[in-house]
Ligand binder design. Sequence first.
Ligand code: SF4
Ligand code: SF4
Length: 498
Amino acid sequence: MKTLQEKPQLEETVTIADFEKTFNSSSKTQRKSLANEILIDTYELLDFKDTGYKPTHADYDSFVTDFSAYIRQKVEPEAYRHDAQLALAHVRAVQLPTSRKFKTLERLADNVETKEQYQAVVKTAADLGDKGIKRVYNNLQGLRKRLRKGDESAIEEAQIPSAMIQNLIHDPYRDLKSYKEVARLRDGLKDKKNPNLKEILTALGDATMKNIATGLGNPHSELMQSFLRRYGICSDDIKDIKKGRFDYHKRLKRAKRSLNLYKEIFQNPKKLDTGIKDFVNAVALNTIRKKDPEQKFETGNMVLDYSFRTRTLDAILQELTRDACINKCEQSEPRCCTRDYFKTGVPSQILAVQSFEAIKNKAHLKISSNSNGDCNYHNFDGCKLTLFKSPICLGHICSVPRKDLPGSDEGGRPRSAHTKLCRSFINSMCEIRSSTLNVPPDWYMKSRSSNPLSPFPEVLNRLDDAIKYGSELVKLKHGEKLGKQTKKKTKKSKNKKK
Ligand code: SF4
Ligand code: SF4
């Protein structure tokens, strides 16, 4: 019999029956600890609140039966809690960050368990949302007035990205009515000794301010899109707000959404009990793999098998690319998140978990299904998903972080000794990007097949490659840092000696 202590070597040989035997033959303390690991992982994946369930079972079968029944009974209350939080996610962006009423509502939403409590939260959220949206609109009108009067502080308050202002400064003529006037200002600027230079510059400054004000009046302008993005609304919404047709109460009417998402995750809507038990068993198998990450065995559950690797790769990317993306990105918002890429090549089961994760991470979501062009999970502090990114998001690495990979010289060219590793890593990332998770039959066949040679879904192999090369690069990065530090120290000690 294979035990946890023996470290199972062959992926296909580890089954839930092995886990059961190990669990049953473990000491009371070990059993408790294993059960707690399963509990924590299950809650994390489903975003369930820990309400104090205590496993005290002597054998695995009674634990899994009892815990699955507990989860079954919590599904509906948790679904209402999530629906309430989803309503808040749509209102969050139009609230003042310090709003005490909104904070109270957040606390209330976190304790929702019934339909009535959910409806009460949605009603208050919609009231707050309607007030918030009016405030946003009035603020927009006020900013436009001030810009027309030449009040420069309004530019800062409108939080217009500096790249957009630069464009307007370089092309301030475009909204001036008369070509004669444009020509006069342009010609006047050419003569550096022109006595009217000051007057011309002032006229250009005024033109720029007016252009910004005009842009903030046009729902389809880039300036307006950038302004609206912060509030989770789009150009069509602003037209509705102008005509007094915008109503949060109508838009938040979508009860029972999360219950359907849970059914999606458990993959067996007709026999929820069986679906939940299968899920908990898959989490249990995953606890073995966590103890030995080198193992390649799969649980046959898409959420767990994919998420195990995305977490590992995400931790590697934090080390390799995060700094470049935060500090050296050359794109204006929404950076590379210009579409709902989280949906690309991803099956409904992963979409369901993503939705819970975004809400848990306090995303503010667009209220309208029409898009301003950016991803629904892209917020001003970045992506709200960390555990379940789609392959296209996970594998994206543009030229900026590529240049920052360890082993690159200052011009971004990989140094010869490291070229191969960098290239292998980048290639594997590109392969992930072109993979798709929309292949449930792969998972199905793998989980049902008794043939140990039945292939892994391809995306998992590609993730494994990126993890392998990425880990090498992380080691290299730490080695380089160490090298630099030692060099510095040697220099210092040499100087001292001198
Ligand atoms: S991948 Fe490139 S575009 Fe995207 S955030 Fe990083 S640096 Fe910016
Ligand atoms: S899911 Fe995240 S990384 Fe992907 S496009 Fe959306 S915000 Fe960007």
